[in-house]
Design a protein around this ligand. Sequence first.
Ligand code: TLP
Length: 345
Amino acid sequence: MNIKTVDLRSDTITLPSKEMRAAMARAEVGDDVYGEDPTVNLLESEAAALVGKEAALFVSSGTMGNLIAILTHTSRGDAVLLDPEAHIFYYEAGGASLIGGVQLWPVTNLHSYEGIDNLKKALRPPDQHFAPAALLCLENTHNRNGGTILKPEEQDKYYEIACKAKIPLHLDGARIFNAALALNCPVTDLTRSCDSIMFCLSKGLGAPVGSILAGSSSFIERARRYRKVLGGGMRQAGILAAAGLIALKNIPYLSEDHRRARILAEGITSRTIFRVTPSPPPTNMVIINTEPLSSAEFLSRLESYGVKSIAFGENRVRMVTHLDISDEGIDWALEAIERLSREVK
Ligand code: TLP
C-alpha cells in the first residue's frame, strides 16, 4: 500500500482542498467588524437558514463559539448545567469560569436520555446557598462518549424541562450534521430544541478554521459584542468564510466517514483482541479498549506502524474518520492494529 501515515487523531486535521483554497483566493472581502464583508455575511445567512435560526455569527473556533454562547446567556455567579464529559467541561480550559465567572455544574448522563432525571434533580429551587442555574448545555454528537447521538425527541424532552425551568438551552453541535445524517433526519429536527447552537466548519466538513454560532437575532446581536471582547473581530475574514461556504457543501460526505468508521470497528472486532464501544460506532468515532495495553503503549506502538490516534483514558483510544481518510487508509490502519494485536497475544 502506498501510504506512510494514517492520521486518525481527529477530524480537525483535514487539510483545505484545492477548491477551498481557490475559493479563499478569490473571496470578496471587507471589514467584518463594520459588517462589510460580503463573504462572511453570506456564510452567516446561509448557516442560520441551514439550522433554522434567525441569525448566525462566524467565530474562529468551536471553543470560542461555546464560550460566547455562555457569556451571552448568563451572568457572573450563575450555574451552567452540563455533562461532566461534555467538551465545554472537559476540554475548554475552564474558559467559562475564567472569563464568564460561572460555575460549571456537572450533571451525569446528559449525553443520553438517561440523564433526564438527573437534570430534574439538579434544577434545585432558588436558595441563597446555590448558584442559580441559568443555562443548560447539551452536546450532539457527544465526543467523549464516542460520537453518540441524542435523538430529536430526546432533545425535545430536555428542552421542555429547560423551558419549564425558564433557562435557555445551548447546543454544542460541533458535529450536529453527523447526527442528522446518521439519523437520516433534517438537521432542524435537532436544532428546533435549542436557543443557540454552535457547529464547526473545521472538523469533518474540512474548513481550515471556523465555527458558527446561531440563534435569535437579538441573541446574535449580543453575542457579537462578546466576540469582540474575546478578540474575535476578524476584519477581512471573508477569506476564511469562503472556505466555510465550501465546507457546507461537504455535509453529505460525512456519511462516508460513518461508513468507514463502521468498517474500521468491524475489522478491529473481528481481527484483533481489542474491543470497540459503542459498537457499531454511531457516527465517525471509534473508541477502542486497548487492554491489556495502556493507551500510551497502544498509541506509541501503533504510531511506529504509521497510524496516529489519541488517548481517551488509561485504556481508551479514539480514532476518527474524516475527509482525508480513504478506504485504503482504513485497510492500512486495520493491518497495523492487527499486527499489534498479534504481537500482544
Ligand atoms: N474537539 C477536538 C478536541 O478538542 C478534543 C477533537 O479533536 O474532537 N465541541 C466539541 C464537541 C468538540 O469535539 C470540539 C473539538 C469543540 C467543541 C471545540 O472546537 P475547536 O477545536 O474548534 O475549538
